[in-house]
Design a protein around this ligand. Structure first.
Ligand code: UD1
Length: 423
């Protein structure tokens, strides 16, 4: 299995191009199930999660061509649809559950495997299924599969009050409602930029959606959706990750394609930590004002709050900060698996439930480390940029799910980093 080897201590300088958002692409791709005309996505990131979604959609009957080295995906669902999403594919990626809403809307029935537990917590699907039930779906769990059937073969509009602003549930219900009979209102909807991106694409396909980006989204069902071409929004998590690289390693990096509106709450914390973030014509330029960042307290929240998907990377920075920071994880119950690995590199971190207390240290030392999820893995690479000696990050398949060519991107701005093929 491949690993990434980083030798710390090299300041960074130059530009890093930020890719299209993994999480946006993973919800835009299932939208193809809503139409029998082609949907083309541009600015698609080249990631293994995109390949998994491709396999899943192909298993359901979609025809998909990947062009321009994977940056463009043309998808078409004009033929017969298979309405069973198999466990073998679904178990690899929770976002597979995003086919449930579109399948149910198009065919009136669907059988979708539950994704199962994952490394960062239980992540149930009750908000998705309760919402679909309000729209007239009957949903039973049999042998690990959700069997869903729309009453009378067609979903009906409904007013749905989410108990929590779930990203995936907002996306699933929004897609399902585009072809439902009547009007659906989602209250306490998620407001993430990926939701706005999905709504924008669905509108291009003929959907009638208002309020995306606010906590109340209204969808007026239509009879059919047509084809469209849509560029995937910039990946704010990849952006935030690379914004931290020069803060940790030293130097200055411009993240091309970055916009402040995508990372406002994160950039606010960076400012408090003593980091300059400047919006340029091409993106965001980042530089630490002193030698070490200041300690800052961070609580993860749904958008527009601080993203849980940047918590691990922020912790890597706070390991070197001047002072003690408190990180509170409010979205997932088990998302500090990177902490013990950072401690192995010399960090001073104490975890109690959903709270991590990080006391910054002057120096950390490279070590062989591994992580059990995507964002945790990249946080170890970030720490390795400053740690003395060599950090070897194993289980690179986690990284490949969400970061294209980490070694190439960081190496391009001067980091001493390489991908070492496994035996
Ligand atoms: C999406 C993102 C993920 C990000 C997360 C939170 C994608 C592909 N993934 O995941 O990277 O970390 O948003 O920003 O876009 N929950 C329930 N019942 C449900 C659904 C969710 O209890 O039916 C809970 C989950 O267990 C979790 C919390 O709600 O504790 C957040 O989940 P949700 O917003 O749904 O995240 P995802 O859509 O899975």
């Amino acid at each position: 299995m491949d690993s990434i080897v980083v030798r710390g201590g090299k300041p960074l300088s130059g530009q890093i191009e930020i890719a299209g958002a993994k999480n946006a692409a993973l919800t835009l791709m299932p939208a193809t199930l809503l139409s029998d005309e082609p949907l083309t996505l541009t600015n698609t990131p080249r990631l293994s999660d995109i390949k998994t979604m491709t396999l899943l959609l192909e298993s359901l009957g979609a025809e998909i061509s990947s062009l321009q080295d994977g940056k463009v995906q043309t998808m078409s669902c004009h033929g017969a649809i298979n309405t069973t999403a198999d466990y073998d594919i679904v178990r690899k990626m929770r976002a597979s559950n995003l086919v449930l809403g579109p399948l149910l809307a198009r065919e009136g029935h669907a059988i979708v495997s539950l994704p199962g537990g994952c490394a960062i917590g239980a992540r149930p699907m009750d908000i998705h299924t309760d919402g679909l039930a309000k729209m007239g779906a009957e949903i039973d769990l049999k042998d690990g599969y959700l069997h869903a059937k729309a009453d009378g073969g067609k979903l009906k509009g409904a007013v749905i009050d989410f108990p929590f602003a779930s990203v995936g549930a907002t996306e699933n219900i929004m897609m399902a409602a585009t072809l439902a009979k009547g009007t659906t209102v989602i209250n306490n909807a998620a407001r993430e930029p990926e939701i706005v991106d999905l709504a924008t694409c669905l509108r291009k396909m003929g959907a009638q959606i208002e309020g995306d980006g606010t906590s109340s989204i209204t969808i007026q069902g239509v009879d059919r959706l047509h084809g469209a071409t849509h560029p995937v929004v910039t990946d704010r998590i990849e952006l935030g990750t690379y914004m931290l690289a020069p803060v940790i390693a030293g130097g200055e990096v411009e993240c091309l394609g970055g916009r402040m509106s995508l990372v406002a709450s994160f950039a606010e914390k960076l400012d408090a930590a003593g980091v300059d973030v400047q919006e340029t014509k091409a993106g965001l330029k980042v530089k630490l004002r002193g030698d070490r960042p200041h300690a800052v307290d961070v609580t993860t929240e749904p958008f527009p709050g601080f993203p849980t998907d940047l918590q691990a990377q922020m912790m890597a920075m706070l390991c070197f900060a001047d002072g003690t920071s408190v990180l509170e994880e409010k979205i997932f119950e088990n998302r500090f698996m990177h902490a013990p690995e950072l401690v192995r590199m010399g960090a001073d971190i104490e975890v109690h439930g959903g709270t991590a207390t990080v006391t910054g240290v002057d120096r950390m030392k490279g070590a062989p480390v591994m992580a059990t999820d995507l964002r945790a893995s990249v946080s170890l690479i970030l720490a390795g940029l400053r740690a003395e000696g060599e950090t070897q990050v194993n289980r690179v398949y986690h990284l490949d799910r969400g970061y294209e060519d980490v070694a190439g991107k960081l190496g391009g701005v001067g980091a001493d980093i390489e991908r070492v093929p496994g035996s």
